[in-house]
Design a protein around this ligand. Structure first.
Ligand SMILES: [Zn+2]
Length: 145
């Protein structure tokens, strides 16, 4: 979930593998599930809800590159917040936070489990960054069981 607007975020690599899966099944029409730069025209879902690791206090403004200063955010909030100090961001908050009428999601994983399944099937096709994520997610799965 986005720390700032409370919207569910999506782990971007899963969209890449989902699009690949559909292409491999014979789909030829444009899908716009994944595009490397997450632009609205090429990947509208990621443009809005792609998960990013945001620095609570901007790294460019001296914020630490550490777990205590990291927050999960949606791509939209991250772009709006940019390097704004957290105090100013809290005052000028632009995107109205979502609040669930029937409660908040308790188990949303950003589709990362789906990424894990796709990645396990195609380990040789993973980028180094995706391999790191697979390792991290594998660790998370091991911790849960
Ligand atoms: Zn957000």
């Amino acid at each position: 979930m986005c720390r700032w607007c409370n919207r569910p975020v999506i782990f971007a690599p899963v969209m890449k593998y989902l699009e690949r899966e559909l292409r491999n099944s014979g789909r030829v029409e444009p899908l716009s599930y994944y595009q490397a730069h997450w632009t609205r025209d090429g990947a509208p879902l990621l443009d809005e809800l792609g998960a990013v690791i945001d620095h609570i206090e901007a790294f460019s403004a001296g914020g630490a590159h550490s777990m205590e200063n990291f927050a999960t955010a949606c791509n939209k909030c991250n772009g709006q917040k940019s390097a704004m100090p957290i105090a100013e961001w809290n005052k000028r908050f632009q995107r109205k936070p979502v609040k669930g009428k029937n409660g908040e999601p308790q188990h949303w994983d950003g589709l990362s489990t789906l990424f894990f399944l796709f990645a396990e099937r195609d380990r040789n096709g993973l980028t180094a960054w995706e391999r790191d994520w697979l390792k991290a997610l594998g660790g998370m799965r091991a911790d849960r069981s």
